[in-house]
Design a protein around this ligand. Sequence first.
Ligand SMILES: [Zn+2]
Length: 164
Amino acid sequence: MNELNFTSENQKLKVVIPNIVLDEIHILCTSSYPNETGGILVGFYNEQYNSAIISKLIPPPSDSKSGPTWFIRGINGVKKKLDQLWYNEKEYYIGEWHYHPGSSSNLSNQDIKQMSEISNNDNYKCPEPILLIVGGEYKNWEYSTYVFPKNNKLIHLDVLNELC
Ligand SMILES: [Zn+2]
């Protein structure tokens, strides 16, 4: 298997994360352990607008801050990178990811609050941001993915396939 697929219970929404992106996430998580880290998910939707394909990450901006149980993603250079990605590759902001070192990938109340703010913030132009949380540690990773539709309840996506 060369990607991780997530889907909603009604199969109407899918998120695809290729191995090459996961490898980068694992390196960032391992090097920040025991502190959290995170960043931005970049990619595109398919024509039917029901599958988000994550093609790359924006690594933690230089003004990001974190501790063992918290992560505040900074903003340094983010707008410029997103503008470049859109201009050069027609790829755009899909959502956020962060790491829960050595613990569950379930989302916290703080995570819900931050994502609702993003879905309601017109600057992001992203009414349905996705959140990927990576839990666990080296060789024992755990993943949870959620969608936060503007003015609606969050949707949890289940892993369709486990990585080999
Ligand atoms: Zn979290």
